[in-house]
Design a binder for this molecule. Structure first.
Ligand SMILES: [Zn+2]
Length: 456
């Protein structure tokens, strides 16, 4: 994989960075490992290192209910907006059943103003996508986003609103095909499910795959999409001990093959930091991936020269997530960070005892991913990508040919969700046969996104 210093394409990229100061102030509660505070810590590092000077900084409006209904059901959104920690305590039996059906209450706790939190996160991803559509940025970053487990009518894996899906739907207004890449340690199941039956989105998820590892279903090589989406839902199941060299041996070739055969007009990259070595949850998969490897994935995707939306995701070791995402931000803005955390960093005490920005790998676990296993999986994925491209009538393209394809006419918009709210209420996990609604008539959300004044 290319080194930091000389990868990322030749032209300087315009980077838009979305941050909402309120997001870091929300709390899922003391009993959960998911901490929105990590986004505030990331932003503080971005400020401390002066990275904001290399980006346009925005605060996006929250996503409206109508915008979120491009994927989520109205009944789920209404319930999600109405339930509070107080009302949760006195729900009637039927309401409790609904709460459980919607995935709320345990791992997805009911907390104060959770609707405001989730709609703010989704609003930033939507505005990032709209900014890319408008040609006002080459890269948009929303570290609060990447909530890839949320389903049409169900919260899951700490995710309530699937901003990845909403942003992809926004990008589909301008682009014929969107590639979604997920390097979170967990399978990007909510995004895969949303687009399982359409060939307008290819999902490519690299994740640990093992019995009893969340989300516990899907994510194998056997799941490749359905109907028109056959060969467009792709998974790279990884075994314990994944390290930088192994990651580099498959990530770049797999993404390159997706570019050649599928020719997306835009890419969404979910960069969950729980794939790093030593993550509080991800370590169950015994990954041994460094922060440098993470950034190199971002740089390689950037080098492909198509509009890129970068999102956060999982990440549960509070001191490592900000280091990782600040370093990713630095890489995407062609900046090498000094190793020492700046004295001006408000959360510097979190980064002891070394006070260094790096998160290295530590060989704690034998790498169970043999080169032959990785190459076998890679070849299967490439075969699927070739089949997906052929089914879409695409001739394999390389290099600059990708850019020429961006002006190709759009296929018809995706059909609105076929299942009714009532049907989804009966079975919230049921897969929508035609993907999410895609309202091509909606104005870009970025119309209301305001550039921010940044104070250090
Ligand atoms: Zn995760």
């Amino acid at each position: 994989m290319a080194a930091l210093a000389n990868s990322g394409g030749s032209a300087k990229k315009r980077v838009a960075y979305f941050y909402d100061a309120d997001v870091g102030g929300f709390s899922y509660g003391s009993n959960t490992v998911f901490k929105p505070h990590r986004v505030r810590m990331t932003h503080n590092l971005v400020l401390s290192y002066g990275l904001f000077e290399k980006m346009d900084v925005y605060r996006a409006p929250p996503a409206s209910s109508a915008q979120m209904q491009a994927f989520h059901t109205e009944s789920y959104l209404k319930f999600f907006a109405s339930v509070t920690p107080e009302s949760h305590q006195v729900l009637k039996r039927e309401e409790m059943l609904l709460l459980n059906a919607y995935g709320l209450g345990d791992e997805q706790p009911v907390f104060h103003e959770m609707y405001n939190y989730a709609s703010a996160v989704a609003g930033a991803s939507l505005s990032g996508a709209a900014l890319l559509n408008a040609g006002k940025a080459d890269i948009a970053i929303n570290w609060s986003g990447g909530m890839h487990h949320a389903k049409k009518s169900k919260a899951s894996g700490f995710c309530y609103i699937n901003d990845c899906v909403l942003a992809i739907v926004e990008l589909l207004k301008t682009h014929a095909r969107v590639l979604y890449i997920d390097i979170d340690v967990h399978h990007g199941d909510g995004v895969e499910e949303a687009f399982y039956s359409t060939n307008r989105v290819m999902t490519l998820s690299f994740h640990h795959f093992a019995e009893r590892f969340f989300p516990g279903s899907g994510g194998s090589m056997e799941d490749t999409g359905d109907g028109a989406g056959k060969h467009c839902a792709l998974n790279f199941p990884l075994k314990a001990g994944m390290d930088d060299i192994s990651y580099a041996s498959v990530f770049q070739p797999a993404v390159a093959a997706a570019m050649t055969h599928y020719q997306p007009g835009a890419i969404v990259l979910q960069m969950g930091a729980d794939s790093l070595a030593g993550d509080r949850l991800g370590r169950a998969g015994h990954f041994n991936v460094s922060m440098k490897c993470h950034a190199e994935c971002a740089l390689y995707v950037r080098s492909l020269g198509v509009p890129l939306l970068v999102l956060g995701g999982g990440g549960y070791t509070l001191s490592n997530v900000p280091r990782c995402w600040a370093n990713d931000t630095a890489a995407l803005t062609d900046t090498a960070l000094p190793r020492a955390i700046p004295e001006t960093c408000a959360y510097r005490s979190y980064y002891g005892p070394d006070f260094a920005v790096t998160v290295g790998a530590a060989a704690r676990q034998r790498n169970a991913n043999s080169p032959s296993y990785l190459q076998r999986v890679l070849q299967r994925l490439v075969a699927s990508m070739r089949a997906a491209g052929a089914a879409a009538g695409l001739a394999a393209a390389k290099g600059a040919a990708h850019a020429a394809l961006l002006g190709a006419p759009l296929p018809p918009p995706l059909k609105a969700g076929v299942l009714s709210d009532e049907q989804l209420d009966e079975d919230p996990d049921r897969r929508p046969p035609d993907g999410p609604a895609c309202d091509a008539g909606k104005p870009p959300a970025v119309a209301d996104a305001q550039p921010m004044q940044v104070d250090q």
